[in-house]
Design a protein around this ligand. Structure first.
Ligand code: ATR
Length: 252
């Protein structure tokens, strides 16, 4: 859809790599002189980071690459565009990020990928909480930015966030992370990185608990793809029509 908008003739296909054969599959793909780049999805994002010769900030922190771009025969750049996608979709929701207080629930690859782009967007504070709190502390210590902190349950009780983001994989299993100590009273947007045909359990909980607005991650999915498209082609496509079209397909 992006290529159509930009009137570019591109070929974009799915390649199923064997579980232990990502590197071979990627090398076979890039053996085609016309191959410019590819998206990479689970479980190969770590292997893609290992394959890349250069990583952007977000990819480096996450050690997780969702976009590979061949610049020349020797250089394969690795990006994580999830955070760019998240920031763009938060802006789509009409939420300004500058000076905002954010809470991210979860400290897996999804959280790691978005930390730098959120900081670059000028937020005031980024708190990370996680079922396994050590992982949240690990991210905070790796980032080395005083705006990033890890919050355990007692810390959450006195913390009020403007934006609360669920980055856990709980929604994928139709469950909720522990939200008992999290206040949604001052929350202007509760955002679930997961998406579904109907509001996720997290969105339902956040609404019931007082969040002014809730959103799922479909827009982030499209925006991270748009960012990858721009890396490959230097074109900036419009994401709105694609988000609308996917939303319609989801609800069918
Ligand atoms: P991803 O790359 O998608 O982030 P991941 O690295 O496996 O996937 O991380 C999943 C995240 O969701 C982790 O923060 C995980 O918490 P733990 O670090 O304690 O495992 C979190 N998670 C998954 N299921 C959860 C649940 N039912 N309740 C709370 N957190 C959950």
């Amino acid at each position: 859809m992006f290529a159509e908008q930009c009137q570019l003739a591109i070929q974009y296909d799915k390649i199923s790599a064997p579980e232990k054969g990502f590197s071979e599959a990627a090398q076979a793909f890039f053996a085609n002189p016309e191959a410019i780049g590819c998206n990479v999805t689970s479980p190969f994002k770590g292997a893609a980071a290992a394959l890349a010769s250069h990583l952007n900030n977000a990819a480096s922190l996450a050690q997780s690459v969702n976009t590979l771009h061949r610049v020349d025969d020797q250089t394969l750049n690795g990006y994580n565009t999830d955070g760019i996608g998240l920031v763009a979709d938060l802006q789509n929701q009409g939420v300004a990020l500058s000076d905002k207080t954010l809470l991210i629930i979860g400290a897996g690859g999804a959280a790691r990928g978005v930390v730098h782009p959120l900081l670059d967007a000028g937020i005031k504070t980024l708190a990370i909480t996680n079922r396994t709190i050590a992982k949240a502390h690990h991210i905070a210590s790796q980032v080395e930015d005083s705006r990033v902190l890890a919050l355990d349950k007692p810390g959450l009780m006195s913390f009020n966030a403007d934006i609360i983001i669920n980055s856990t994989s709980a929604s994928l299993h139709n469950t909720l992370p522990d939200l008992e100590h999290i206040s949604f009273a001052d929350c202007e947007l509760a955002y679930d990185m997961a998406y579904a045909s109907k509001p996720t359990l997290f969105m339902q909980h956040a609404s019931d608990a007082g969040a002014k607005k809730v959103a799922d991650g479909l827009g982030m999915l499209v925006e991270q793809a748009a960012a990858a498209f721009t890396i490959w082609t230097s074109e900036v496509p419009q994401s709105k029509p694609v988000i609308n079209s996917l939303r319609q397909q989801l609800s069918l």
